[in-house]
Design a protein around this ligand. Structure first.
Ligand code: BTN
Length: 236
């Protein structure tokens, strides 16, 4: 496995996208700090020293409709890593990892693909480890050191995440989708109210389950069910 390390970079996802076509699958970019880290909807992602900011280049021979499962692999790997360090974490569809209802990790998959083929996917993971959480975010965000009250060497976290990610990516390549979806369900926050914000407007409902491709099945207030695809929503 190749790891490219930077003390400082604009964004590990941006860097990974720049080299992805020429780089072999599995290469990891990791940085101590990012100057312009970003999350979904290009929201800025604060990335000071002490956090884990990494991106993995993947080139699965598959179609783009399977990409959401790759996001799931990231979330599962992070939850399992946190478990190893004694932290009980849950996944909020599609890509957040929460501890005590507070966000500890965000995952951002970006890719290049046609209708039939995926050229590459960059799986970005931003995990709050020993980095300070800004005052104004303390009610909604947390870190490993906040939860445990001690600092964990970031290399140990990095090693565990990459090991779990590799395990789950192999399952994905073997076509063991059901195993991935089952693990995801086991660790997810389901059966609770969510607010989905789409371009057409906002809808409320209860997150019931996911389907075979990872779309969220939402029960609306009038009892109707609707599928929400990854990509066109933000959840509150
Ligand atoms: C989100 O919750 O919106 C996703 C946040 C993803 C942040 C990570 S940090 C490493 C990688 N590089 C980036 O610029 N973003 C991702």
């Amino acid at each position: 496995k190749k790891v490219i390390y930077f003390q400082e970079i604009d964004s590990t996802n941006e860097y990974a996208k720049r080299i992805a076509l020429d780089e072999e699958e599995g290469t990891i970019i990791v940085a101590d700090t990012q100057k312009s880290g970003y999350g979904r909807k290009f929201r800025m992602w604060a990335s000071p020293r002490g956090g884990l900011w990494m991106s993995v280049i993947l080139k699965p021979k598959t179609t783009p409709d399977h990409i959401v499962k790759i996001v799931f692999l990231g979330a599962i790997a992070v939850v399992e890593t946190l478990e190893r360090f004694g932290i009980d974490a849950r996944i909020k569809w599609p890509n957040d990892v929460l501890v005590n209802e507070k966000k500890i990790c965000g995952i951002l998959a970006e890719g290049s693909f046609s209708e039939k083929e995926v050229y590459y996917i960059v799986l970005g993971v931003g995990l709050n480890v020993n980095n300070p959480i800004p005052e104004e975010l303390l009610s909604t965000s947390t870190s490993i050191s906040n939860v445990l009250g001690v600092q964990i060497p970031i290399e140990e976290i990095f090693r565990t995440i990459t090991e779990r990610l590799e395990y789950w990516y192999k399952e994905f390549l073997r076509g063991n989708d059901e195993k991935i979806l089952q693990k995801w369900r086991e660790k997810a926050l389901l059966n609770r109210g969510v607010k989905v914000i789409r371009e057409e407007g906002e809808i409320r409902g209860k997150a019931l389950d996911i389907d075979d491709l990872g779309a969220l099945i939402l029960e609306l207030e009038d009892g109707r069910k609707e599928k929400i695809l990854y990509g066109d929503v933000s959840l509150r």
